[in-house]
Design a protein around this ligand. Sequence first.
Ligand code: PMP
Length: 363
Amino acid sequence: MRTVIKPVNEYMRGKEKCFMHGDLNVHENVLEMIGCTPLVRLNKITKNLKGDFFVKYEAHNPGHSAKDRIALYIIDKAEKEGKIKPGDTIIETTSGNTGFSIAMASAVKGYKCILAVSDKSSEDKISLLRTMGAEVHVCPANVAADDPRSYYEVAKRIHEETPGSMYVNQYFNELNIDAHYLSTGPEIWEQTKGKITHLVACSGTGGTISGTARFLKEKNPEVKVLGIDAFGSILKKYHETGEVDKDEIYPYKIEGLGKNLVPGATDFSIIDKFTKVADAESAFMARDIAKTEGLFVGYTSGAALQGVMQLAEQGEFNENSHVVIIFPDHGSRYMSKIYSDAWMKEQGFTRPETKKNQKEDVS
Ligand code: PMP
């Protein structure tokens, strides 16, 4: 007999029906499996840190990432408002995950899906998008956002040229924040019984951290919100100074984290502090998470936990801390990257001495 999971917020409430259709205990379609992801305790890898650490395991969504939440919410809302109807085209710029989620929702709901992706995205991710029926345009990552070759400009142009199309525009769409405000935030509040003291989340579009934090801070303004940024991205410095420092921008390998422009879907006022993480350390951390906790996660989950280690060194946590770390996606999308020894070697990634010690401690 299947356990009925009680939806914990307004947006998820409609999902009650998905666990019982007539006399069948089934989901009507794959989209009904989105959300209500588990919160999992870290038992070994953080054992030398003060506090309790839990991960919000977003790989448990059917599209294997947190982006399922925004794809479903934004498409549902546009349908309800009469802005799109089946047969229309949904267009997006994406590092892969949002694309997969939109392609999945489009397949179920009957839309054409066109995606402009950066050439930094792994081949695994690009093949997946095509497998899900999306038309994919691969664009150079290291050009300015206003360059006609950039994935923003390519998506904009296709939108203008395609009648009956919607451009999701996750980097500048407030609904990206709302999706997490209405689902991820309430779920974490409920799962921790309000005991959460710190939220740690990667920032790309900023939708996850902003929406989740907005809900949690409404419940308890004392919850500390810690953002993870990448070396090579402007977010941390912009948060501190209100200015975009072009010297902060240089190529890096982590996909989906950080940005070379100020994303309109980030509420910087709600983030208390950012920490920046490096490519190699984040990759080794993702590998360590698999070996110690048995959680097979993506590159940014490694980045998030690397950030937690740095924040712990900065004295952020104590014995009473209940830290929730969002792990945005699944490891399967990175087999040809961080989980390939050859790729790691090609990047010149070597395990720092301190990390070696840390690994011995936890295994
Ligand atoms: N991790 C991965 C793998 C992602 O694809 C993204 C989205 N760019 C993020 C983290 C960051 O999430 P958000 O865009 O909500 O800030």
